[in-house]
Design a protein around this ligand. Structure first.
Ligand code: 1GP
Length: 238
């Protein structure tokens, strides 16, 4: 299996992808069977697992439980190297290219190698770009980096293109989990037009209308965390 190639194929077929993001810190394991059922019945194509402050033990348990029942690819979306679990299928190997904190640009990545070498995880290099979203988010606080100006699409585009030229196989525009304001649609449009690698968009997307708008403006994969966390029936219209 090549999870990255599947994303590339989906992009070229214009098949849009949805990832449900599970933050192990916010999940009560007792509720997991219900959540798994909802995930299986949803239009999600991927499950992302990660958070800003989770430990490896919780990650391992959660991912093992998910793997028993969920048929979708389980992709790590780690906040730091301690969140790597060998039980997942792939890992977004993130570099926070909007920031200038070397810890999140390269240090964590270097430190992750001895851990990754003991796993069979597919490694997908991802240029991760944090966009200002109306108030401080956990990513901003934990990474100690400033998000990029939401009114300066040109600079965000430059950052995305630089990220792609550096070899990142995905570009992820992030407003931050629970963001007040999602990534602006015209910014999604400009970045999508400027890069040829698949574009992920997430943070503060709360409705089906917003998901569709992100897709219509060129997002290839939309990440939904909080909306599903608050309402596991989010994907089931009445
Ligand atoms: C956060 O982009 C993801 O990293 C999802 O954000 O929780 O706001 O959906 P939400």
């Amino acid at each position: 299996k090549n999870y990255y190639q599947e994303i590339v194929h989906a992009k070229s077929d214009n098949r849009k992808l949805i990832a449900i993001l599970l933050d192990p810190d916010k999940i009560v394991l007792n509720n997991l069977p219900t959540l798994i059922e909802k995930i299986q019945l949803s239009p999600a194509t991927h499950v992302f697992v990660g958070g800003s402050s989770v430990s490896n033990q919780i990650m391992d348990v959660l991912i093992q439980r998910l793997k028993e029942k969920v048929t979708l690819p389980i992709v790590l979306f780690p906040g730091n190297p301690s969140q790597i679990s060998e039980h997942a299928d792939a890992i977004l190997f993130l570099s926070l290219i909007s920031g200038r904190n070397s810890d999140y640009l390269i240090d964590h990545q270097v430190n992750a190698i001895p851990i990754l070498e003991k796993t069979d995880l597919e490694i997908i290099s991802t240029g991760y770009i944090l966009i200002e979203s109306g108030s401080e988010t956990a990513v901003e606080r934990v990474s100690k980096t400033k998000p990029l100006d939401r009114n300066n699409s040109d600079y965000v585009c430059q950052t995305a293109v630089a990220g792609a030229y550096l070899g990142n196989k995905l570009i992820y525009l992030e407003a931050g989990s629970g963001a007040k304001l999602a990534v602006p649609l015209e910014m999604i449009r400009k970045v999508a037009d400027a890069i040829s690698v698949p574009l992920l968009v997430g943070g503060g997307i709360r409705s089906h209308k917003e998901i569709k708008e992100a897709f219509d403006n060129g997002a290839d994969l939309v990440v939904i965390g909080t909306a599903f966390e608050n309402n596991p029936n989010f994907f089931h219209h009445d």
